[in-house]
Design a protein around this ligand. Structure first.
Ligand SMILES: Nc1ncnc2c1ncn2[C@@H]1O[C@H](COP(=O)(O)OP(=O)(O)OP(=O)(O)O)[C@@H](O)[C@H]1O
Ligand code: SF4
Ligand SMILES: [Mg+2]
Length: 346
């Protein structure tokens, strides 16, 4: 395996939200990395901290949230230590983000060109006229027909899928090195989802982007990413090459995710079928946060946080489980292809 250096290297991040009912420990020692030019999947059920991870990275948390510890190294520089002005330059120009719902990222009262040219001119240090040319070029690249005239339209004059295309164009026009796509297709019609995903994949390859793809859909992960980080309850419980994790998942939660696939088909591929409740992150379970739902849990799991165990250093394969090597985590003959059959419908 080739040795690649991470473009983003997040180490032991703790992000908390301060609410009337108490402190929400949304990220509890999260470490993950993204390599140069490579697509990485961030996976886990609702509320496990995926979006908070992205927002902590870009320092765009809600006002009641704060990253209280850890390092987020981007090209070797700790983003958490950067002055606001420098951070603003990183946002968009170096690291671009596409959100789940394209409408919330576009201002309904401004035409598309107003929402693209200013930011392009600022980040690419060019005139408004040149910025407009870049904007039109980017819109053409993402498949907006007649881009030169459509750029004068308002967001509501575009369909949901087209709006997401516009946002992808805006992100790419800034020529970032890292793209964070947070559930970029979930708000769209099923028929459009595959097209947008295809576009994101194509753009990632064409521009050699590093990408963090946040998703619930394991089929999408298998099809799109080279490596994956599995989140549970504000922690990363397993990481490694996508293929290795699909063939031989080590963590009981990851196993449960795969076991839940057949019922995902019925429910838009959402990972909601693992027995037990998603942990609340105010007063979360002690020890291993998965223990109330884990059929392998023992006394130590309730008491002690599992350490990060490196299974294969070269492959950056690691797992957080006290018993990962003692369990009969029998992997049957199911091939990766069978495990990911949901992708056909994605
Ligand atoms: N502003 C906030 N105030 C309090 N808690 C918050 C706030 N924002 C997020 N959280 C909490 O942080 C935790 C992680 O949320 P996050 O949005 O990262 O989940 P997610 O993995 O992206 O889920 P989904 O798949 O539903 O998008 C959740 O428990 C959530 O309730
Ligand atoms: S540490 Fe214990 S409770 Fe947690 S996943 Fe491993 S076996 Fe289950
Ligand atoms: Mg989210």
């Amino acid at each position: 395996m080739k040795m690649v250096k991470p473009i983003l290297d997040a180490q032991d991040i703790y992000t908390y939200f301060y609410t009337e009912s108490g402190v929400v420990e949304a990220l509890d020692g999260v470490s993950f990395d993204v390599y140069h030019g490579e697509p990485v999947g961030i996976v886990g059920e609702s509320g496990c901290g995926k979006t908070v991870t992205a927002k902590s990275t870009l320092r765009i948390l809600d006002k009641n949230g704060k990253t209280v510890a850890g390092k987020i190294l981007y090209k070797g520089v700790d983003l958490l230590e950067l002055p606001d002005l420098q951070m603003r330059k990183i946002r968009g120009k170096e690291i671009a983000m596409i959100f789940q719902d394209p409408m919330t990222s576009l201002n309904p009262i401004f035409k598309i060109d107003d929402q693209m040219t200013e930011v392009i001119a600022l980040h690419r240090n060019c005139s408004k006229k040149e910025a407009l040319e870049y904007a039109i070029e980017a819109l053409e690249q993402v498949g907006i027909a007649d881009a030169a005239s459509r750029v004068k339209d308002y967001p509501h004059q575009f369909s949901g899928g087209q709006r997401q295309r516009v946002l992808i164009a805006r992100a790419l026009a800034l020529q970032p090195s890292l793209l964070i796509a947070d559930e970029p297709t979930t708000a769209l019609d099923v028929t459009i989802q595959a097209q947008i995903l295809e576009l994101i994949k194509e753009m990632q390859k064409k521009h050699g982007l590093a990408m963090m793809l946040i998703t619930h859909n394991l089929g999408v992960v298998a099809e799109t990413t080279k490596r994956v980080h599995i989140f549970y309850g504000g922690r990363v419980v397993e990481s490694g090459p996508t293929e290795d994790i699909f063939i031989d998942p080590k963590h009981p939660y990851t196993r449960a995710l795969f076991d839940s696939i057949p019922s995902l088909e019925k429910d838009k591929h959402r990972l909601t079928t693992i027995p037990g409740l998603v942990p609340r992150l105010i007063n979360p379970p002690k020890g291993c946060r998965f223990h109330p739902r884990c059929k392998f849990a023992t006394e130590i799991c309730m008491r002690e946080r599992p350490p990060d165990i490196i299974i294969d250093k070269q492959k950056a394969r690691r797992v957080q489980c006290h018993h990962f090597d003692e369990l009969d985590l029998h992997v049957d003959e199911t091939t990766m292809q069978e495990r990911t059959h949901v992708k056909e419908e994605a």
